[in-house]
Design a protein around this ligand. Structure first.
Ligand code: PLP
Length: 389
């Protein structure tokens, strides 16, 4: 009998990967499955980025790189983030990581420990809560509400802060809801945090370039008073359709950089060299592929929302960002997990139960509309048939 660390059993999971595995199994059995479960663009990485990676390999970039990332990439990220910050940023505070998730792991384990509290959005990306438990800190849920368009309320967030609060996690545009928090709420949060100088913020901005209609991204880096305590999480996965490349970036408070870099040296040493060169091309090359993907997502978003609102017992507010719809399914009379299972096993549509994103997600379902219009329409038809059975 082995004796693993207690922390190992406190880790949660991301059920999108479990649903992905089950959908694959059903497909291998010959069933037709439309996957609206996993959150990844259905586009290929743009050619200019792929070519940059191939060139880097041909040019001999085969060895270890600096643990924090190659200097020209950190420069390129600093210049990119300056657009959000509206102020000069320091490339030495940029850390290149193998995927956005790694920034989450670093920030939560560098601030979390028994006795500390960490505030996180609920429903929210499930890894936040999982890692807070892993670190030994106490998770404090910030409920996100449908009536607020699933943006957070700064007043509600500030009221959760105690002397034990070490870190606050915010995510806009948000997974799983597509909610976007307004600049007015961000201003209020920034002003309120002035009374809590010991509190750091992890701002997960991985969907910052996926916005629709008149939605605007309000970055936490734009607040000079917060820049010394903000960990900004972003990366290439969603914006450039690069989920499988495992490439992300973060911007850290100066005093945290040596700690975060040491954690990188202790875990992955550095990020795949050719992927880093491709990352430069992504940021500095033409951006028309990003615009095209956004337009395609926007068209699908409208079809998804209209289709969901036509289903019996289902209502869906308009998501303003990311590529998720988060319909309210409480009037179907079925718990979210039961609906997820029924849709997958009986209707051939993979979705994720809202309850997989925290307690406050019960009564909702997450659908990723990063799939073709044709598949989305077919999925909606299958859902309509299933719900009217
Ligand atoms: N943050 C949020 C809110 C996400 O939804 C995801 C991925 O689904 C990530 C971070 C992680 O992205 P990556 O694939 O780059 O690790």
């Amino acid at each position: 009998m082995l004796h693993p660390a207690a922390a190992a059993d406190r880790l949660g999971t991301e059920s999108a990967f479990e649903v992905l595995a089950r959908a694959g199994e059903l497909e291998r059995q010959g069933k037709s499955i439309i996957n609206l479960g996993i959150g990844q663009p259905d586009f290929a990485t743009p050619d200019n980025i792929v070519e940059a990676a191939i060139k880097a390999l041909r040019d001999g970039h085969h060895g270890y790189t600096p643990a924090n990332g190659i200097p020209p990439l950190r420069e390129a990220v600093a210049r990119e983030l300056e657009k959000r910050a509206g102020a000069p940023l320091d490339p030495d505070r940029v850390l290149i990581v193998p995927g956005g998730k790694v920034t989450m792991f670093f920030a939560i384990t560098l601030f979390g420990e028994p006795g500390a509290e960490i505030i996180y959005p609920n429903p929210g990306f499930p890894i936040y809560e999982s890692l807070i438990h892993y670190s030994g800190a106490t998770p404090v849920a910030l409920p996100l509400r449908e009536e607020n368009g699933f943006g957070f309320s700064a007043d509600e967030l500030l009221a959760l802060i105690t002397p034990k609060t070490r870190l606050i996690i915010i995510n806009s545009p948000a997974n799983p809801t597509g909610g976007v928090t307004s600049k007015t709420e961000m201003d209020k949060l920034a002003a309120g945090l002035e009374n809590h100088p010991q509190v750091a913020v992890l701002s997960d901005e991985i969907y910052s370039r996926l916005l629709y209609g008149d939605a605007q991204h309000a970055s936490l880096l734009a607040y000079p008073g917060l820049r010394e305590r903000t960990v900004l999480l972003d990366g290439w996965s969603k914006t450039y359709a690069m989920t499988g490349w495992r490439l992300g970036y973060s911007y850290w408070p100066k005093e945290m950089i040596p700690r975060a870099t040491r954690l990188a040296i202790n875990s992955h040493s550095c990020v795949n060299a050719s992927a880093q060169w491709a990352g430069i091309e992504a940021l500095q090359g033409p951006q028309d592929a990003v615009a095209r993907m956004c337009q395609a997502f926007d068209a699908r978003r409208k079809v998804v929302v209209a289709g969901l609102n036509a289903l019996p017992g289902v209502s869906c507010i308009e998501p303003k960002g990311a590529f998720y719809a988060f319909p309210n399914i409480s009037a179907t009379g079925r718990p979210a997990k039961q609906l997820e299972l029924g849709l997958l096993e009986e209707a051939g549509v993979a979705t994720i139960a809202g309850s997989s994103f925290g307690k406050e997600g019960e009564g909702y379902l997450r659908l990723s509309y990063a799939n073709s219009l044709e598949n989305i329409e077919l999925a909606l038809q299958r859902m309509a048939d299933f719900l009217s059975r």
